[in-house]
Design a protein around this ligand. Structure first.
Ligand code: ZN
Length: 433
């Protein structure tokens, strides 16, 4: 069959979504397939059983990431990888993460059925523990795969219930004592692709079935202490006050305004926590403690945003005579996706007549870590109602297939276009035997 005409098997994909969606489902309908839980282990078993039945070879690495591979016709070419994660948040839905793994599975099955062998080995990956979890390590598997986790770092980590992460990891098939071995050396992969639900409403609003991700958001989080002066709420004249909470209110509104005025929709800011002391109706607040979080799609946006924020804090400190102390909690740079992959995906979407829009991902994903190891790209599927991390998380099958077919053909084009220098005719013939 002409590979240009290949397309995924929708009913097989739908039944795998349904089957996996039963694993970890509780009576309220939500999934509790949290990292390294019994349900997570069952989900992993399900995946391995399906891969095994397809004759796809399976490897579980030291971080308990599951890799399922079919060989390419030129064995020395590095593999093309696609996947995501199987774990969920507590009371989560059946699409976040799982969709990326199931689409990778469907791509492998489709190519096998068609008897189409790619030049590069084609590999599915299911990363461990992507979601924030009881052990305090989100994107655990992709962090380990990109060489950002060591055995020492996780040695004493325990869940809230006191279970050792190393024990949980071992039970899932990992090797906590040799976590460094899960790191993929640079150049060992040809590319990484991940399909994920959007978890927002931008695609829905534009009535577009496919998102091509340009970057994964950078996150800056800090704690801010505003110190004013506690005093009598009745006898202190307005002109004599140094009210820490009023100053906090001013900077909270400033954070909102800075983000609202930013030209990029991916620039967002939130003050999600605030505490006031002494905290009484008749005392002027002496101190306020809050957290501020900002997200942006590019380094330039983030710099611009933080400069404006800095200015707003200085102004509040000066006009309200409060002392402001800032403690950074998290500084994660935005991760641009590979432009070449984006362009191929755009062209394939056009060819398949799938309307697409380019957008920044405002949530973190495994692809953010994989981008430090290999060229990486992401495709988004609209989330109905913009809902995610809840049992109501849904996506339309027609949209899922649009993304899946663009994924399939993007992989096929990458397979033909990457590493051409290694593609000697003799090697090609040898590899095909
Ligand atoms: Zn996810």
């Amino acid at each position: 069959m002409d590979s240009d005409k290949l397309h995924l098997n929708g009913s097989r994909l739908e039944s795998s979504i349904r089957e996996l969606g039963e694993i970890g489902r509780e009576t309220g309908g939500g999934l509790y397939r949290t990292a390294f839980s019994q349900a997570d282990l069952k989900g992993r078993e399900w995946l391995k059983t399906v891969l095994h039945a397809e004759g796809i070879s399976i490897r579980t690495d030291e971080a308990a990431n599951i890799w399922g591979s079919i060989p390419g016709s030129i064995p020395k070419l590095p593999p093309l990888v696609c996947g995501s994660h199987l774990d969920t948040v507590p009371n989560g839905g059946k699409f976040d993460g799982a969709l990326g793994v199931l689409l990778a599975l469907e791509v492998l099955r489709t190519l096998k059925d068609a008897g189409h062998q790619t030049r590069h080995p084609l590999v599915l990956v299911s990363f461990s523990a992507e979601e924030p979890n009881a052990y305090g390590f989100s994107t655990f598997g992709s962090r380990a795969a990109s060489g950002k986790l060591s055995s020492r770092q996780i040695r004493d980590a325990r869940s809230n219930e006191g279970r050792l992460l190393s024990e949980a990891l071992e039970e899932a098939g990992g090797d906590p004592g040799n976590l460094e071995r899960a790191a993929i050396p640079p150049g060992a992969l040809a590319a990484y692709l991940e399909v994920h639900i959007e978890q927002g409403k931008r695609l829905l609003r534009q009535r577009v079935p496919l998102g091509i991700v340009s970057s994964i958001t950078g996150i800056y989080r800090e704690q801010i202490r505003l110190k004013g002066e506690a005093n009598h709420a009745g006898t202190t004249l307005m002109s004599d006050r140094r009210d820490a909470l009023a100053a906090a209110a001013e900077i909270i509104l400033a954070a909102e305004e800075i983000c609202r005025l930013a030209p990029a929709p991916e620039v967002v800011g939130t003050v999600g926590m605030i505490g006031v002391t002494p905290g009484a109706a008749n005392i002027i607040p002496g101190e306020a403690l809050l957290t501020a979080e900002f997200r942006a799609a590019t380094e330039a946006q983030m710099e611009h945003l933080l400069a404006a924020w800095d200015k707003a804090l200085r102004r509040a400190a000066e006009t309200r005579e409060v002392k402001i102390t800032r403690t950074p909690i998290l500084k994660q740079s935005p991760v641009p996706m590979d432009r070449g992959i984006m362009m191929i995906a755009e062209r394939q979407a056009e060819r398949l007549q799938v309307p697409a829009m380019t957008l920044g991902s405002m949530a973190g994903h495994d692809a953010a870590h994989m981008a430090s190891v290999t060229r990486s790209g992401m495709l988004f599927v609209p989330s109905i109602g913009g809902k995610s991390h809840c049992p109501d998380e849904e996506s339309r099958m027609a949209d899922i297939l649009c993304a899946g077919n663009v994924l399939l053909h993007t992989l096929l084009v990458l397979d033909q276009s990457l590493d051409q220098s290694l593609d000697g005719r003799d090697e090609a013939r040898e590899g095909a035997v």
